[in-house]
Ligand binder design. Sequence first.
Ligand SMILES: [Zn+2]
Length: 152
Amino acid sequence: MAGVRSKKKIFLTLAGLMVLAVGGAGFYLGYFDEDDINRVSRKAYYEGKGALNDAERALNAGSSAKGDYGAAAKCRQNLKKIETAKRSVAGRDGQAVGYVSKGDLIKAMGSGMPKCPAGGIYTINPLNSMPKCSVGSAGAGDPKDDHFVNNF
Ligand SMILES: [Zn+2]
């Protein structure tokens, strides 16, 4: 009798270990796949780097745009163009607040999203809020080199 009982115990122990092993492997493969972790962290790394590069470019753009009236005028034109497209998409869809879809916006502008000639980054902003260029007011108090439109 004692022999059968200990055999049963061994069997149960083995079964328990199997369950742990299979479960562990599944857990490992499902949730801690090394490739996935690498891919996710690489993606986060490059996205972070991309955002930094954008920010750096925007900063440089700000300092080099000072006194560049031509670029500023073109940029203000772009901002008005984006705002006009926002309003036309919103009007068509009967939307009064919030963000319009970027795809609809680009379609409405026809020639794609305009770019600031001084390298500034555009923020589209929701309805009732003008789009902005990261260069903003490039110089000190000279409205001719401003990269923003307050009212339009
Ligand atoms: Zn600009």
